[in-house]
Design a protein around this ligand. Structure first.
Ligand code: NAD
Length: 486
């Protein structure tokens, strides 16, 4: 194949990474070159060296410029140094560049790679920016720490619509949503509700919902039943690893992090420092990431040629040490020899494994802004740090009743979400973190001035207020959870 002139090549940012990164990146670039991928590589130095030279995020500013200028970023795994307050580079890149969708196809290659699930071929679309990964954590009392789980309407709608658009573009038949909305009715409930609404826009695609715990168990035991799964950040993180593990192929999976302008493509695994520099690493995960990148850039044909050559190599039993099984494999090879074997097979299609048939499809899902509902303040949860004496909630209740100013009423006190006043049970464990719910006695409309009046009064009674949460209704619908037993 003749090389394309440089002017027609798509610029791609490349990071060789740490550990096995340079070996597997070299392998992948050789395969891309041999397949005639019209790409112009611009290399950035990120990772361990950048961390150790003083960039706590692992990425120098000139690398940001290159990554932001180019549409696609092919990244080998990097090592995050232990301790020293170093921030995860992946999380920094995802959040800074708005890479809202993590797309991880997981396929089993049985019988050539050992897996009990020969029919497994699913794609996990994981929300990549929100949820517990916003990283907003606080220690509030001697005994209690908290993290904020943020789920937004635009973020949820966008990732869910991305999953349906993906299913439509790549000929998938079903999208499964996974949440824990039986417990988190407002946060996970919002995601589930958005799913039901968006699903109606795609009547030709089947849709279903599973509670995440049973859903994860089914991914482990019957992965064949899933096609596209869309879920929140943390659940997606966990089920992606379960899926890769049961496919028998953590070292074979790639992933895409999709944003509106820049997208990043990588292997699922880390930098494997234990095997670095030994010519034994499997380059397949990064190669799968590169195939996703080619499809994203409109080179589905080249992605197909590469994946089919790679599947043919697996079928020929030419395996790196991580997937080599005596009796199942023909020949154990190192990184370079595996790369040569894939290049030799460019143009071949597998005879038993399902050949790759990628289609060019540009999926673009802009964020949506919703209309502003009518917001009414009907109370406030005041959180107190209180650990006096035996910590009996009836004493705290009496203190708050006497400090409660006119225009306010103490509705209840909870400890770790369980109602302990009025009328709690002695078996409930009391920590030093109390949520005290105050409401308007006549259901009247409140304002921030009323809250300040309440807080001043509680402060005057020596209450240690650590935070407040306002209790709103939105278009008449309650925007906060009830206490257990309220
Ligand atoms: P790891 O994925 O690097 O290694 C886990 C095990 O799998 C090791 O035994 C390793 O030898 C093996 N392995 C991984 N990739 C392989 C491959 N391509 N071929 C053959 N064997 C392979 O996970 P870890 O040891 O927990 O992490 C090592 C470093 O990687 C850490 O610094 C971590 O922070 C980093 N990491 C980076 C990324 C990323 O850049 N996307 C992701 C995960 C971990």
């Amino acid at each position: 194949m003749l090389p394309s002139p440089a002017s027609q090549k798509t610029p791609v940012t490349v990071a060789y990474g740490d550990g096995i990164g340079p070996e597997i990146m070299e392998s992948v670039l050789r395969i891309l070159e041999a397949a005639g991928a019209p790409l112009d590589y611009q290399v950035v130095e990120i990772g361990e060296k950048a961390y150790l030279s003083g960039h706590t995020s692992g990425i120098p500013s000139e690398a940001w410029d290159t990554i932001r200028r180019n549409k696609a970023f092919l990244k080998a795994p990097i090592t995050t140094p232990q301790g020293g307050g170093y921030k995860s580079l992946n999380v920094t890149i995802r959040k800074s560049l708005g890479l809202y969708a993590n797309v991880r196809p997981t396929t089993s290659y049985a019988p050539f790679v050992s897996s009990p699930h020969s029919g497994m071929d699913l794609v996990i679309v994981r929300e990549n920016e929100e949820d517990l990964y916003a990283g907003i954590e606080h220690r509030q009392t001697a005994e209690v720490t908290q993290v904020l789980k943020l789920i937004t309407r635009p973020g949820s709608e966008r990732i869910i619509r991305y999953a349906f658009e993906y299913a439509q573009a790549y000929g998938r038949r079903k999208v499964t949503c996974m949440t824990k909305d039986n417990i988190m009715k407002h946060t996970d409930g919002l995601f589930h509700k958005a799913f039901e609404e968006v699903a109606k826009e795609y009547p030709s695609i089947e849709s279903e919902h599973h509670i995440i715990d049973i859903g994860a168990a089914r991914v482990a035991a019957q992965p064949e039943m899933f096609d596209v799964i869309v879920t929140l950040n943390l659940y997606g993180d966990i089920i992606s690893d379960i899926a890769s593990q049961v496919a028998g192929s953590v070292g074979l999976a790639g992933s895409a992090n999709i944003g509106s302008t820049v997208s990043m493509f990588e292997a699922v695994h880390g930098s494997a420092p234990d095997i670095a520099g030994k010519d034994v690493a499997n380059p397949s995960g990064l190669l799968q990431g590169a195939a996703q990148m080619l499809v994203h850039l409109g080179h589905a044909d080249i992605a197909g040629t590469i994946t089919n050559a790679w599947l043919s190599t697996l079928e020929a039993g030419i395996h790196t040490a991580d997937v080599y099984r005596s009796g199942l494999s023909e020949r154990e090879v190192g990184t370079r020899a595996f790369t040569d074997a894939v290049i030799e097979r460019l143009g071949q299609t597998p005879s038993m494994l399902k050949p790759a048939a990628y289609r060019n499809a540009t999926i673009s899902v802009p964020p949506v802004r919703n209309s502003t509902p009518e917001k009414v303040l009907e109370g406030v949860d005041v959180f107190l740090d209180w650990s006096d004496g035996d910590r009996h909630p009836d004493r705290l209740g009496a203190l708050l009743e006497s400090a409660c100013p006119e225009g306010w009423k103490l509705k209840m006190i909870t400890n770790r979400g369980v109602k302990v006043y009025p009328g709690g049970l002695p078996e409930t464990f009391w920590t030093d973190h109390w949520r005290c719910r105050f409401i308007s006695p006549d259901g009247g409309d409140l304002d921030f001035g009323d809250i300040l009046r309440l807080l001043t009064s509680l402060h005057g009674a020596s209450c240690d207020v650590i935070k407040t949460e306002h209790l709103y209704t939105f278009d008449g619908e309650r925007g906060y959870s009830l206490g257990q037993g309220e």
